[in-house]
Write a protein that binds this ligand. Structure first.
Ligand SMILES: *[C@@H]1O[C@H](CO)[C@@H](O)[C@H](O)[C@H]1NC(C)=O
Ligand SMILES: *[C@@H]1O[C@H](CO)[C@@H](O)[C@H](O)[C@H]1NC(C)=O
Ligand SMILES: *[C@@H]1O[C@H](CO)[C@@H](O)[C@H](O)[C@H]1NC(C)=O
Ligand SMILES: *[C@@H]1O[C@H](CO)[C@@H](O)[C@H](O)[C@H]1NC(C)=O
Ligand SMILES: *[C@@H]1O[C@H](CO)[C@@H](O)[C@H](O)[C@H]1NC(C)=O
Length: 284
């Protein structure tokens, strides 16, 4: 995914979006970003530096500097050496850690995707941290939460050992729960506007993070194509592993059998550039 991010994004929006997908919101991409993105990064750095000072006052430990990592020079700003407060990184103290965020939309398969990532010994993805309201109630609580996660001090079922090499969380672009029901009835009137809105949200996110390193992952690609997970591990610079998830798919069978008013949906999408969604049945 190297090269000019602009052309890449154009690619995605122009070609990929209409090509893929099935169930309405399943079309959604998740964008996977390194957190050196603008805003998050600047608030983290600010906070880390104050923490650093406080830490040194309490514990005057002199940290031996780590040797230069064996990475490309352009990558240096993207690697970090967190010093968790709650434990020691021990033999991995000098392993560089990369920060990431998964940007996604509900019902896009990102939960399953996350369980795949968490099957890797060196990856810790901590879920939808900001679904808890108090954590996003103001900038201080957001910063505090992010600091904890990126300092490897966040304890969750996804926490790994001292050898975590990529740590992150999941962030929802919207709160749509349209497909939360087992067999939804899709409001045909709203279907096209909803699809448009999802496309716009995705485009906005891509625009916002265009200067941030990212990789775009389609649910269908992860389902169908094993090499996609290799690309993701390469992106996070963790050793390649075979990843599996314990989650099982609850929607089985063709899409037409899962939507109550399939005929309406079909009628609505026929002849639009979303028509391919009708035929995009996939099986695992
Ligand atoms: C990955 O999944 C396999 C198969 O379920 C399991 O044996 C292994 O312990 C998992 N690894 C991690 C780090 O969760
Ligand atoms: C932010 O929210 C937390 C939790 O709701 C609260 O304790 C804290 O005082 C708030 N801080 C500011 C600066 O508003
Ligand atoms: C991944 O974790 C193993 C131990 O579980 C560690 O030996 C290895 O150095 C880690 N790899 C990276 C890239 O940090
Ligand atoms: C679809 O949504 C519109 C707007 O919210 C609403 O007016 C309409 O009654 C809905 N149709 C059905 C069949 O639920
Ligand atoms: C699988 O993905 C790789 C890159 O991630 C791509 O080069 C290849 O064409 C894909 N294969 C299929 C069958 O889609």
């Amino acid at each position: 995914m190297a090269g000019n991010p602009f052309s890449f994004i154009k690619d995605i929006i122009a070609i990929k979006t209409p090509k893929k997908s099935t169930l309405v919101l399943r079309m959604i991409v998740f964008v996977f970003t390194m957190v050196c993105g603008v805003y998050i990064c600047s608030i983290c750095l600010k906070q880390i530096s104050t923490h650093g000072r406080a830490g040194f006052l309490d514990v005057p430990v002199i940290q031996k500097p780590c040797p230069e990592p064996q990475i490309e020079p352009w990558e240096i700003p993207y690697v970090h050496y967190p010093i968790p407060k709650t434990y020691s990184r021990a033999e991995c103290a000098c392993n560089p850690v990369r920060y990431f965020v998964i940007l996604s939309i509900q019902r896009s398969g990102s939960g399953w995707f996350e369980t795949l990532l968490n099957n890797h010994t060196n990856i810790s993805s901590n879920g939808e941290i900001f679904s808890v309201k108090v954590r996003r109630s103001n900038i201080s609580t957001i910063v505090e939460t992010l600091d904890k996660i990126y300092n490897l001090d966040w304890l969750s079922s996804a926490s790994k050992n001292e050898c975590t090499a990529a740590v992150g969380l999941k962030w929802m672009l919207n709160q749509a729960e349209i497909l939360a029901n087992y067999k939804p009835m899709i409001n045909a009137t709203l279907l096209i506007p909803n699809l448009k809105q999802v496309e716009e949200t995705t485009a906005k996110a891509l625009e916002y993070f265009k200067s941030t390193q990212h990789i775009i992952v389609y649910y269908e690609d992860v389902v169908k194509n094993n090499t996609k997970l290799i690309d993701i591990q390469d992106f996070l610079k963790v050793p390649r592993r075979q990843l599996t998830s314990r989650q099982v798919k609850i929607h089985k069978g063709s899409i037409s059998s899962q939507i109550t008013n399939w005929d309406d949906v079909q009628k609505t999408l026929k002849g639009t550039h979303y028509e391919s969604f009708l035929h995009a049945d996939y099986r695992k």
